[in-house]
Design a protein. Structure first.
Length: 147
């Protein structure tokens, strides 16, 4: 059976965020490889540890800035998309929530890299007795967030 990789690419490459419509593109393989190499380092979303025993410190600001810096690499340049996206991110009236920029970035990475697009398992908001996940289930690699 002949596998047709070109036919597996996403055809509808449009998305909407903050009331703006954009098209995405598949980045060149070197851009994608560099992106994944950077994703594997703690410096990308917070403060890197000073020693091996010290954990990296997560930063919402750094996490969001990281996404905002990298989203343009996925944008099809037509219709001034880079300029419109920059204006959208800077918009103070009717701003786009921080988490939507981060989710958009993760979605773009997943779609353009062929990674699974299933969301990480839901966590209980309050904890306590309502937590029905067993330790056996939570140790599964499928239930472990990868981002």
């Amino acid at each position: 059976m002949l596998r047709r990789f070109s036919e597996e690419l996403v055809e509808d490459r449009e998305f909407e965020i903050g009331g703006e419509l954009f098209k995405f593109r598949y980045p060149h393989w070197e851009e994608g490889a560099n992106l994944f190499d950077e994703e594997l380092t703690p410096e990308t979303n917070g403060t890197a540890p000073k020693t091996e025993d010290e954990p990296a410190v997560f930063s919402f600001r750094a996490d969001t800035e990281y996404a905002l810096q990298r989203i343009p690499m996925f944008l099809d340049p037509e219709n001034d998309s880079h300029k419109r996206f920059k204006a959208l991110a800077a918009r103070k009236t009717d701003p786009v929530p921080r988490y939507q920029f981060v989710q958009l970035y993760r979605w773009l990475v997943q779609v353009t890299s062929g990674l699974p697009t299933t969301p990480p398992s839901e966590q209980s908001a309050g904890g306590g007795e309502d937590d029905t996940q067993s330790s056996e289930r939570s140790s599964s690699p499928e239930a472990t967030p990868t981002a």
